[in-house]
Design a protein. Structure first.
Length: 333
């Protein structure tokens, strides 16, 4: 019931922003093709479905959103490539996908950087003009920012309480991610298993992967959590994302349709931010009830913070501009 009320509220907000009295002539509908890794039934998919309906209704059928769920258009690197080639108009991506557009955005997910959503919000807002300009220079428009959840370390058959506990494990690293390979280079003692998102579940099934770092809601929605038995209570970072469209597609739209798309996109992004944070908290609560929970001691937390500091230092040596790392560390406090 709460979910239904939330969806009705979101649809109402989108309706108001889209404007009243749009033409009902749908003979020449403009279709915006958008890719996402999220399942249609996920919290992301539910919001996107409401956004689709509102855009179609308020444009009088002149503008339609067509979502491709479950990675139908490939992983995030592939989706960004298709956007650059004109085969896809937009995508809902994490910071990994955003990093394929403008790499410094991925620095928002450096480990140990923020201690709360409020710290992330402040830092992202401070960096937003620079990040959005970088995306615009690459031919993309960030319609709205969103979140993916707090990243927790999860494992099967082993409890990882300190960095040295990675030795001999089989951690997963997203093949499109420019940051996590550096993390494991600093950790040492293990060789991560590189894979794209659709490859993770089958490799969890076979045991080729037994450690992941991901938000609880993602682990649930992609069915990874059912293959794992241990979770670290402390979050190592905050996973973010955004709705991105090609500037070429937006600029080609008539003015009124452009306004509808951009305004409702901002509302959808704001709804996702609030919804996903709540869903992630709830998912973490469920996983704690099913898994062995690792509560870190003060000494163990100090070890992780020392490691995270080393990783950020290494990332500042070429993965990201040093000044971006320094600025974000200052904003993170």
């Amino acid at each position: 019931m709460m979910l239904r009320r939330a969806m009705v509220k979101l649809l109402g907000a989108l309706t108001v922003l889209a404007g009243i009295g749009a033409s009902q002539d749908a003979s020449a509908a403009e279709v915006i093709k958008i890719g996402t890794l999220a399942p249609k039934a996920s919290p992301w998919g539910q919001v996107f479905s409401v956004w689709e309906k509102a855009v179609k209704e308020k444009s009088g059928g002149r503008l339609e959103l067509q979502f491709f769920y479950n990675g139908q258009q490939g992983d995030e690197g592939a989706m960004v490539g298709k956007m650059k080639a004109g085969q896809l108009d937009g995508a809902a991506v994490t910071a990994v996908g955003l990093g394929k557009i403008y790499k410094p955005i991925l620095a928002l997910q450096m480990p140990g950087l923020f201690s709360s959503w409020a710290k992330l919000d402040a830092a992202r807002e401070a960096m937003r003009p620079e990040f959005e300009k970088g995306a615009a220079d690459a031919g993309f428009s960030i319609v709205g920012w969103g979140d993916v959840g707090q990243a927790h370390l999860m494992s099967k058959g082993v409890a990882i309480r300190a960095p040295e506990d990675f030795k001999g494990t089989k951690p997963y690293v997203w093949r499109d991610d420019a940051m996590m390979p550096v993390f494991f280079q600093v950790v040492g003692g293990t060789t991560p298993f590189q894979a794209n998102i659709p490859e993770v579940l089958p490799n969890l099934n076979t045991g080729a992967i037994n450690v992941i770092v991901a938000p609880a809601v993602v682990a649930e929605q992609l069915q990874w959590a059912s293959k794992l038995d241990t979770i670290v209570a402390d979050a190592s970072g905050f996973a973010v994302g955004a709705l991105v469209l090609t500037s070429k597609k937006i600029d080609a739209l008539p003015g009124d349709l452009k306004t509808i798309l951009q305004d409702t996109g901002k509302v959808a992004s704001a709804a996702l931010t609030k919804r996903i944070r709540s869903e992630d908290d709830a998912a973490f609560g469920r996983l704690k009830g099913k898994m062995t929970v690792v509560e870190l001691t003060a000494d163990q937390k100090a070890k992780w913070q020392g490691l995270f500091k080393q990783v950020r230092g290494r990332l500042a040596q070429g993965t990201f501009p040093a000044e971006v790392v320094t600025k974000l560390e200052g904003l993170g406090g």
